[in-house]
Write a protein that binds this ligand. Sequence first.
Ligand SMILES: Nc1ncnc2c1ncn2[C@@H]1O[C@H](COP(=O)(O)OP(=O)(O)O)[C@@H](O)[C@H]1O
Ligand SMILES: N[C@@H](CCOP(=O)(O)O)C(=O)O
Length: 291
Amino acid sequence: MKVSAPATIANFGPGFDVFGLCLEKPMDVIEVKLADEVEVKVEGYEVPEDPSRNVASVSALSLLGEVGVESGFKMKIKKGIRPTSGLGSSGASALGGALAIAKLLGVEDKETILRAALEGEKVASGTPHGDNVVPALFGGFVVLNSLFPLNVVKIDVKLKLVVVLPEVKVSTKKARELLPKYVPLRDAVKNLALASSLVLALEEGDIEEAGRLLDDYLAIPYRKPLIAWFDKVRRAALENGAYGLSISGSGPAVFALGDNLKEIGKAVVEAFEEEGIKAEYFISGVGGGAE
Ligand SMILES: Nc1ncnc2c1ncn2[C@@H]1O[C@H](COP(=O)(O)OP(=O)(O)O)[C@@H](O)[C@H]1O
Ligand SMILES: N[C@@H](CCOP(=O)(O)O)C(=O)O
């Protein structure tokens, strides 16, 4: 059984742990067949082949456990999403591993698949968060109300965005450790206003307005030590016509909405280079989810 699991943009501005957008590319491709032992082989970007440390095998093992099937498997991962990118690299593999085994066994229940995927995601992030695995499964833009019971609102928004990926690593686990337990009420209120307006703008297909609402007071300010260049690259995007720019997931990738995505991508790459950081950009539409 072969499954392709796409990159995702978690948080999408003000939606910390709640919003997620599925991208068309890049993606991981995960192939599994049942076997006596558990074996993991990886091509492409480097991630552990130890089955207890690879998020895809952890979620596959968790799914087998959930449905009470005693079996091992051989798993091949074509790792197309750079790890520690902020593009849901661990989320894609975690979802892909669970989904591939589920398809093999004829398990269709989405909560069962997501429960297993979150076990994998927990290995990478410390605490499980669903804003990568859920959009990777459903595609489109999702608002994650609750995982168990599963309650997801999906908007099939049509947009193109530019993603810029700098050559620095940010571990989601470390980025989550920087977050405070409590936030000031005024910041929570600002995010509430931004997030609700952003959902309406996306529902109406008003991408310009959506771009203007890509702000966040809950996570990004506390993560500044890991993304010191953020204000500079954001300014470069806005000066070159972007409607808005934000961090993808916990970073370091950033994404922007705008008309002239190529120009914005080049300007943001240049801004990174002025900081001595190599970067590359790509343009993507909204993906339809894992297949
Ligand atoms: N199959 C996998 N895909 C991606 N990362 C994995 C995988 N298995 C284990 N990991 C580990 O998870 C971490 C990357 O996850 P994370 O920090 O969440 O990055 P991202 O934001 O790109 O998902 C790295 O330490 C990586 O070695
Ligand atoms: N809501 C999470 C999203 C992490 O996404 P990733 O792509 O960086 O793994 C967070 O902000 O911690």
